[in-house]
Design a protein around this ligand. Structure first.
Ligand code: NDP
Length: 296
């Protein structure tokens, strides 16, 4: 067992994102020199959801760390859909702003699809607007969604071979599972995988995950992928992140992924830690998109 545990290597998103951030900071300084102002990202947060606030604050902090300007637009949970759209209209028109994101989930009375459609695709640095989704599908220039782009970047950074491999993606959300399945099947490197996209209606999930050379898990279910569900040598990217109460910890909680780490890592050749895997890569992709918007 100990011998197997020692065999896996970490796809360290923290380390990878730190090195990418160094490059972004240099490019941000160039942009500032050329245009007289630093790249500028705004984040819109509606309501007071604790997890959303943490995510947004991490994004703002990341902006500061690479010399971007950032603006946090906080709106109360009672904000009407019309009022939010009016605020987005202002951000769309603001010449001092390169890109912005609207943190999800939104309160139930607001139609998130309508909001996404309202964002100017040229400022849609989350890559959720249908124009950017279409460009991704067609392999045209545009903004890639942050988490899938971060996963691909992480595989590239560690030189994980993907061509001809069987990639199984668990979860088909619009922000993670579906777009990452498209990126992994593209005629590109990383890419060129044969992709299976599994979801809650998939029959006998274990028989499919056991076939995976590369397993990307984005189901949002703590530790649902166990050691018996993967084969020896698998590359595992665990997108899930869950805060589980734990009275034995000083913080009162611990973070778990969608994979049961100790069991899955024992069979894996590469695996992302949780935390410190996909999370930091998502943020660095957002910075890359903002830099790209600022250069356009
Ligand atoms: P969603 O809840 O939107 O989607 C979950 C998907 O998983 C759905 O497609 C669902 O299927 C599928 N699913 C659920 N249960 C099962 C099951 N038992 N077997 C197979 N498929 C299943 O989640 P997201 O994609 O938004 O997020 C997934 C996870 O990733 C969450 O834990 C989230 O917190 C985390 N996350 C982390 C990020 C990061 O930066 N680290 C960024 C974004 C998300 P169906 O469509 O049939 O319902």
């Amino acid at each position: 067992m100990d011998q197997q545990v020692a065999a896996y290597r970490l796809l360290d998103g923290k380390r990878c994102s730190d090195s990418l951030k160094e490059r972004i900071a240099i490019e941000a300084a160039e942009v500032k020199l050329m245009r007289g102002r630093a790249p500028h990202l705004a984040a819109v947060l509606v309501g007071d959801d604790g997890a959303s606030r943490t995510y947004v604050e991490a994004k703002v902090k990341a902006c500061e760390s690479v010399g971007f300007r950032s603006t946090l637009v906080r709106l109360p949970a009672t904000t009407s859909e019309d009022a939010l759209l009016a605020r987005i209209d202002e951000l769309n028109r603001d010449p001092e702003l390169d890109g912005f994101i609207v943190q999800l989930p939104l309160p139930k009375h607001i139609d998130a699809d309508k909001v996404m459609l309202f964002i100017d695709p040229r400022k849609d640095v989350d890559g959720f607007h249908p124009v950017n989704v279409g460009n991704m599908v067609l392999g045209q220039p545009g903004f890639l969604p942050a988490t899938p782009a971060g996963i691909v970047e992480l595989l590239r950074h560690y030189g994980v071979a993907t061509s001809g491999k069987h990639c199984v993606v668990v979860g088909r959300s619009n922000i993670v599972g579906t777009p990452v399945s498209i990126l992994m099947s593209r005629n590109a490197e990383p890419g060129n995988c044969t992709v299976t996209l599994a979801h809650s209606r998939t029959r006998d999930l274990a028989s499919i995950t056991r076939q995976a050379d590369i397993l990307i898990i984005a189901a949002g279910k703590p530790e649902m992928i166990t050691g018996d569900m993967v084969k020896e040598g698998v590359v595992v990217v665990d997108v899930g992140i869950h805060r589980i109460e734990d009275a034995t910890r000083k913080s009162g909680f611990r973070l778990l992924g969608d994979a049961r780490f100790s069991e899955v890592a024992a069979k894996a050749s590469w695996i992302t830690p949780v935390p410190g895997g996909v999370g930091p890569m998502t943020i660095v992709s957002l910075l890359q998109n903002t830099l790209k918007a600022a250069r356009q």
